[in-house]
Structure formats: C-alpha cells, structure tokens
Design a binder for this molecule. Structure first.
Ligand SMILES: [Zn+2]
Length: 148
C-alpha cells in the first residue's frame, strides 16, 4: 500500500525522469500520475477521470486515455489487464519486461523482473514459431500480507 510520502516520491521521481529525458509532463499528465501514485490498488481510467473532475469541469475517461498512453510509453505507468486499471511502474523494473503479481484478496500489485522467465518463454514459444509480445505478464495469487 502506498502512503502519501511514497506517492509524493513516485511523482517527484517521475518529474525528474521526464525532465532528464526531455519528455513533456503536462499538468494533466502530472495530475493523472498523482492519482495513480496515490491509489493503493490499480485505478481505472473512469476512476481517474472522476477524481480529476469537479462540479465546474467534467473530465471524460476518453480524455484520460491519451495521457495514460503517454505515461505507459514513458515507463511511468503500467496497465494491469486483469483489473482493467493502472499502477505506477516500479522504478527498479520500469525499463524491463515485468511480471505483475496481482493479489486477489487486497488487489495490490507488485512487480518483479521478468527477463529470465521471458527468455525461457520466448525459447519455448519459438518452437511453435510464435513471437511473444513485450507486455507485462500478470499472475494472480496472494501477497505476503494476505496469506493466512
Ligand atoms: Zn494482498
């Protein structure tokens, strides 16, 4: 679970990373990142749009998708297909293929590096002349906090 300090640190690291790479972290992109970083579990585009809407300005989920695409491209956010939602990248594995460990009890997501396993899968898949993609793999189970 991300506390306020962790979320703030995640955003500051992302701001620094974008600056260093010459990426334009617009106010909307930063606000979307802040919402994702401060959520303890994966957050959907609809929930992000709701969080960023106020009585004077309604933000549609469609307005959030291009921003999420940018943040994924920049390796700051990952899409969790099992939850149809988004989490911040773990900076330790952000540049790599990752395996996302999704807890079925508390919905938390953690990342581990996938390269050794990915190489094994690619070798096996190549026997079928199948080329696997670069999307993160996702595994459901129980996190350490949720195990009896
Ligand atoms: Zn859990």
């Amino acid at each position: 679970m991300m506390d306020e300090t962790t979320a703030a640190r995640t955003v500051r690291r992302a701001v620094d990373s974008c600056y260093a790479r010459g990426l334009n972290l617009t106010p909307l992109r930063r606000r979307v990142l802040e919402v994702v970083a401060s959520a303890p579990t994966p957050v959907s585009a609809i929930a992000i749009a709701e969080r960023l809407s106020d009585p004077t300005r309604h933000l549609a989920p469609q307005a959030v998708y291009p921003t999420l695409d940018f943040l994924m491209e920049a390796a700051l956010v990952r899409h969790v297909g099992l939850r149809k939602a988004y989490v911040c990248c773990d900076p330790q594995t952000a540049g790599d293929c990752a395996i996302l460990l999704v807890c079925t009890a508390c919905d938390c997501v953690s990342e581990i590096a996938a390269e050794p396993l990915r190489a094994c899968i690619n070798r096996t898949a190549s026997l079928r002349r199948f080329v696997s993609g670069r999307r993160p793999m996702e595994i459901e189970g129980l996190c350490s906090a949720c195990q009896g």
